[in-house]
Design a protein around this ligand. Structure first.
Ligand code: FES
Length: 186
């Protein structure tokens, strides 16, 4: 008779957000392409939950601006329904994603730089970097070397909530320690 095996595997989302079990602090070096010599601390379960929009209000390819995890210029983000499935996308078509809009190279502003034909954010007005919003904000061209921080989303009924950030926001040494930021704070 075969023995039944129970699976205690965590999904990538559960692992990064700490929703699969115990709260943990994870130190990652050279992981996910974010660090390039830096150590990125993903301190799970520290992020607030914030309602940012209704699924039914979203129009394809029309970005909705919001701020998360702080009400701070460096935390300016966009929520967007891409119309094509995306990595870590939410909603029935897995096509709703959110990203921070400061370029990871030197903080160039990417608000207003969405290109719906390629589903990218960019080019950055400073040094022309572009980021693919269907593939976790990976750099496609330009001077940046780190992916755009992706805001992790969850859907409850018709409500979309921000629940975490994957990647380090430009100007911060820790996404949740606003006192440590080096940005403009506009
Ligand atoms: S600041 Fe965006 S490419 Fe340099």
């Amino acid at each position: 008779m075969q023995e039944k095996k129970s699976c205690s595997c965590l999904t990538r989302r559960q692992f990064l957000l700490g929703t699969g079990g115990a709260t943990a602090t994870i130190i990652l070096t050279g992981f996910l392409g974010y660090s390039e010599g830096k150590t990125v601390a993903l301190q799970t379960s520290r992020y607030p939950r914030k309602k940012i929009a209704k699924l039914s209000d979203l129009k394809q390819d029309f970005p909705v601006p919001f701020r998360y995890p702080h009400d701070h210029y460096n935390c300016t983000d966009i929520l967007i329904k891409l119309g094509v499935p995306a990595e870590d996308g939410v909603g029935p078509d897995r096509d709703v994603v959110a990203f921070n809009t400061l370029c990871t190279h030197m903080g160039g502003p990417l608000m207003g730089a969405y290109q719906n034909n390629h589903k990218v954010l960019g080019p950055c007005p400073f040094h022309l970097s572009m980021f693919d919003l269907t593939k976790r904000g990976i750099i496609t061209t330009g001077s940046a070397t780190q992916s755009l921080p992706q805001i992790m989303l969850e859907v409850k009924g018709d409500e979309i909530h921000a629940v975490g950030v994957m990647g380090l926001i430009f100007g911060f040494s820790d996404n949740m320690e606003i006192a440590g930021h080096q940005g403009g704070g506009r």
